[in-house]
Design a binder for this molecule. Structure first.
Ligand SMILES: NC(=O)c1ccc[n+]([C@@H]2O[C@H](COP(=O)([O-])OP(=O)(O)OC[C@H]3O[C@@H](n4cnc5c(N)ncnc54)[C@H](OP(=O)(O)O)[C@@H]3O)[C@@H](O)[C@H]2O)c1
Length: 284
């Protein structure tokens, strides 16, 4: 099986690293070439274009910002459908809306490529440690065929049903994460006013009933005086737009999610979009 991976961002780079460590030969492509260097050094081969990668791989993994990035990749001119065998599979690990996923899966089907939506949770640290959680939508027999790859990059692999169901699960996950991130930002703001040291606060939150993945990841980054992503506020705000889309589609208004989204919009307007989610409290 020839394996290709498009998107050497924070997540893609780390996921490829684990595939290489497991002795999988991987060909990679990224629009910005410099981001391929560490993966090439680790043993990945470089494709000159995403269409070259797609045409020459049996299984293509993608992990890119959003649906328009994914469309740019699959539209990129010259995918030669004549040379595409009927068992080519694209596994999209990006977070995009369920409806866009279903639309893109049908575009790919016309190019003779089957798609699985397989968004992830667990952050940069989960991608580096190979203990991500995958939520997979698409045909069960395709899932069974490619699961060995997800097992290398993740620890919990959930089969969610038809195309789009992986992304539906992911968006609920993001809704819960957003409220968590809001709680951390507001807790930090309150504790500053009460003159509580960050390391003392962390000692409590990481051991008590308020503990969560978000508490550990965000406060640890702040303890290291690290404002870099992890997960950018820009990408989180993009996810909240998808959450909003689903709320509207289902005639729901949920106040906590509205507040969390407003805080992310405010952070973006304050120029924090490229920083990690740990900087959200700077927008309060
Ligand atoms: N970071 C996390 O903690 C995390 C956790 C779970 C899920 N996710 C999801 O995983 C996906 C990737 O996240 P990330 O943190 O790795 O993002 P990132 O570091 O910002 O990387 C984004 C990737 O998308 C590529 N891209 C963007 N627009 C493109 C276009 N028009 N054509 C081709 N490539 C394009 C970028 O290429 P360039 O380098 O050329 O810009 C880069 O490889 C996102 O959907 C995100 O929501 C992230």
């Amino acid at each position: 099986m020839k394996i290709g991976f498009v998107g050497m961002g924070v997540m893609g780079r780390a996921m490829v690293f684990n595939l290489i460590k497991a002795n999988i030969n991987v060909t990679i492509f990224n629009r910005t070439k410099e981001k391929c260097l560490t993966s090439i050094k680790a043993g990945a081969k470089l494709a000159q274009s995403s269409s070259e990668l797609i045409t020459s791989s049996d299984i293509i993994l993608t992990c890119v910002s959003n649906s328009s990035a994914l469309e740019d990749i699959i539209d990129s001119g010259s995918i030669n459908c004549d040379h595409i065998s009927s068992d080519k599979i694209l596994i999209d690990c990006s977070t995009i809306s369920p409806s866009e996923t279903i639309r893109i899966a049908s575009i790919l089907k016309k190019k003779n490529i089957d798609m699985l939506d397989a968004p992830v949770t667990g952050g940069e640290i989960g991608a580096l440690l190979g203990n991500l959680t995958f939520m997979v939508g698409g045909k069960r027999k395709l899932f069974d065929k490619i699961k060995y790859l997800l097992d290398i990059m993740g620890e919990t692999i959930i089969y969610a049903g038809v195309n789009g169901n992986g992304q539906k699960l992911k968006i609920v996950n993001q809704a819960v994460c957003a409220i968590n991130a809001l709680a951390v930002a507001e807790g930090l703001t309150l504790s500053k006013k009460l003159n509580i040291d960050l390391d003392v606060l962390y000692q409590l939150l990481s051991n008590g009933a308020a503990n969560s993945w978000m508490v550990n990841d965000l406060i640890n980054r702040l303890l290291q005086k690290n404002r870099q992503p992890g997960f950018t506020i820009k990408l989180f705000e993009k996810d909240m737009c998808i959450v909003d889309e689903e709320l509207k589609r289902n005639n729901l208004t949920l106040d906590g999610l509205t507040t969390a989204h407003n805080l992310m919009r405010k952070a973006v307007s304050k120029g924090l979009e490229g920083f990690g989610v740990q900087t959200l409290s700077e927008a309060l």
